[in-house]
Each structure stands twice: as structure tokens, then as C-alpha cells.
Design a protein around this ligand. Structure first.
Ligand code: TYD
Length: 139
């Protein structure tokens, strides 16, 4: 499958009014394709830091820069795309088995991540060559 069909940029409902903005993200196929089991957020990473550098065998993710900006490089072993996240109402859906790097964090970046599974280190592939081998084997 083409990389551009694997990840998705999703725009969420903004129920803002004169009091300010309110963005809603519902799981289970409503706004995003999975049920949310875990939430974490990354902040205080600066523009020199590269995070991620792994693929997950099972977990799907949704990434939202609720403040500031960052870039995400996704890689399926054949193609790579770079997506800039800089809007609190916009999320990047990443399916399982895509390699991902997060970098170029602005000083005010708060990167909110929603995940379809609980944390399990054994489903992480942290070696790029091993990822390539395993993703090709699965085809
Ligand atoms: P790491 O995978 O390096 O984060 P990133 O994907 O942003 O590069 O995680 C840092 C540490 O936190 C590592 O020891 C694993 C641990 N961790 C958890 O215990 N639970 C979690 O949900 C996450 C994302 C990480």
C-alpha cells in the first residue's frame, strides 16, 4: 500500500465560541479509527532532539500538537513523508508497523499522543534494519 494511504491527517470538530476553542476527539471509529487506551504527551524537547525512531507491531497512534509545532517523519520501508503538526485541531493518525521519528520541536511544543493499546515494550521495533526485515516478511 502507498504510504499516503497508510497515515491520515484528521481535522477535528472545533466547538469554539466567543469563550475560546474546544476541540473534541472521540475514539472507536467516531473521529479516529481506534478506541483510546492510553494518552501521553511530550513537551520540553527542543529542536535538536529526535524522538520516536521506532515502529510498533500493534499499536496505532494519533498525534496532535496541542501547542506549538513539531515534525513527524513516517516511513514504511519504501517511502518517507514529513508531516508538520502545528494546529491544535489537526491530528496525524499512524497505523501499526510504520517507522516514525518526531523532531524539530518548537520551545512551546506539547505533542499529545493517543494510543490504541497499553504500553508494551515487546511490541516496539527499535532497530531500523530489523524493522525493514520484519515489514517485508509480513507482506
Ligand atoms: P520512548 O519510547 O523513548 O519515547 P518516544 O516514543 O517519545 O521516543 O519512551 C521513553 C521511556 O518511557 C521509555 O523508557 C519507555 C517509557 N514509556 C512508558 O513506560 N509508557 C509509555 O506509554 C511510553 C510512550 C513510554
Amino acid at each position: 500500500m502507498k504510504l499516503s494511504e497508510q497515515y491520515k491527517l484528521i481535522k477535528f470538530k472545533d466547538l469554539g465560541d466567543e469563550r475560546g476553542n474546544l476541540v473534541v476527539i472521540e475514539g472507536d471509529g467516531m473521529d479516529i479509527p481506534f478506541d483510546i487506551k492510553r494518552v501521553f504527551y511530550i513537551y520540553g524537547s527542543d529542536s535538536t532532539v529526535v524522538r520516536g525512531q521506532h515502529a510498533n507491531r500493534y499499536t496505532e497512534f494519533l498525534l496532535v500538537n496541542v501547542s506549538g509545532s513539531s515534525k513527524v517523519k513516517v516511513d514504511n520501508g519504501f517511502e518517507q513523508d514529513i508531516i508538520e503538526l502545528n494546529q491544535p485541531g489537526m491530528g496525524l493518525y499512524i497505523p501499526s508497523m510504520l517507522w516514525k521519528d518526531m523532531y524539530d520541536f518548537s520551545a512551546d511544543s506539547v505533542l499529545l499522543v493517543m494510543a490504541s493499546r497499553h504500553y508494551d515494550e515487546t511490541e516496539y521495533i527499535r532497530d531500523y534494519d530489523a524493522y525493514i526485515a520484519e515489514s517485508r516478511e509480513a507482506k
